[in-house]
Design a protein around this ligand. Structure first.
Ligand code: SF4
Length: 336
């Protein structure tokens, strides 16, 4: 893990943000590419948001990229380009919560700060036998106190890395490897035989499914129209086909007409269905139905927030996975 071999606060910060909701194996290549492209905080602050989103494409939870970009500008403007070293200052940066702030302060600056990422949370809960839902504030308070008790004075970096890595490698969510665990003699749940019950597993809710329609406009040269999504939300700032979620009782075609009406100022007619692709997000699944459309009142729109992607090219646009699948589907057809 390249971010474990550095003391550079910027790199540690980037890695902690990437690791917030993503597995180590997925993060590794993204981290390398991101650091190649934006090697320091000034290069990130000076970059266009589109370039940052493109470097983040496929990693998901895009608000992380938007916040990282904003935070880099804050670091340049308010801190002279140096990542601040205290939890209080770090907490003022967009996208940095208490656990990330603690991790950066401890790992990059050696501060005696507790950490409580998902791995550390599990380790602390098991070591001190803290039952209850770790998302509840009162339980979190106990977990923070437990994590603080683990910090060896003057060894903030070593403690943070040890706790987080113990959770990632040994104290696994299912079947923790207690036989190999160096803190087994101090572990309350090992003593009680309750390590499989603590922390309690979140009950699995059924994953909702939505039908989403995409209006696809194609020029004679094969290039396809994409529109930039509003800056907020799950896919905020990405470039995607104009789309709409099908409402209850609405036909797919009616939803396409509504998508065009709401997203583009042009009258249009549906030509045909191109196909459908499936995609799973963290909390829901979608089927994205692509419809080829034709502008009926003259030229297709141009301008800010509208882009044309050339056939066969990824281009400079950061595109959501589902839209990229649809793009590949129509590009396979050629321009006929
Ligand atoms: Fe986790 Fe088992 Fe080690 Fe306790 S003894 S910290 S449950 S791996």
């Amino acid at each position: 893990m390249a971010w474990r071999e550095t003391r550079d606060p910027y790199r540690i910060w980037v890695s902690e943000i990437m690791l917030q909701q993503t597995r180590v194996e997925t993060v590794a290549p993204y981290f390398e590419r991101f650091i190649d492209r934006f090697p320091d905080v000034r290069s990130l602050a000076g970059a266009r948001l589109d370039g940052v989103m493109k470097a983040w494409e496929g990693l998901g939870y895009y608000s992380r990229a938007r916040n990282l970009h904003r935070a880099a500008r804050v670091v340049v403007e308010r801190h002279g380009g140096k990542v601040p070293g205290t939890v209080e200052e770090l907490l003022t940066l967009p996208g940095v919560g208490r656990s990330t702030a603690g991790a950066i302060a401890a790992i990059a600056f050696g501060a005696d700060e507790p950490v409580l990422d998902a791995n550390a949370r599990r380790v602390v809960a098991r070591l001190f036998s803290v039952g209850g839902d770790p998302n509840i504030a009162s339980v979190q308070k106990i977990l923070w106190e437990g994590s603080a008790r683990l910090v060896a004075r003057g060894k903030g970096r070593e403690t943070a890395l040890a706790v987080m890595d113990l959770g990632a490698i040994v104290c696994l969510p299912r079947a923790p490897r207690c036989g190999e665990c160096p803190v087994r003699p101090f572990c309350a749940t090992f003593r009680d035989g309750t390590q499989e019950e603590i922390p309690p597993r979140a009950s699995r809710k059924p994953v909702p499914h939505h039908d989403v329609v995409a209006a696809m406009f194609r020029r004679p040269d094969g290039s396809l129209l994409l529109a930039r999504r509003p800056p907020e939300g799950l896919l905020g700032g990405l470039w995607a086909f104009p789309s709409a979620k099908r409402a209850a009782g609405e036909s797919l075609e009616a939803a396409v007409r509504r998508a065009v009406r709401e997203k583009l100022p042009v009258p249009a007619a549906i030509q045909r269905k191109v196909g459908a692709v499936s995609h799973a997000y963290s909390h829901y699944r979608i089927t994205l139905h692509g419809y080829l459309c034709e502008a009926t009142g003259g030229a297709c729109p141009e301008g800010v927030g509208v882009g044309w992607i050339r056939a066969g090219r990824g281009g400079r646009y950061a595109i959501p996975r589902a839209d990229r699948k649809l793009l590949e589907l129509i590009q396979k057809e050629g321009t006929s």
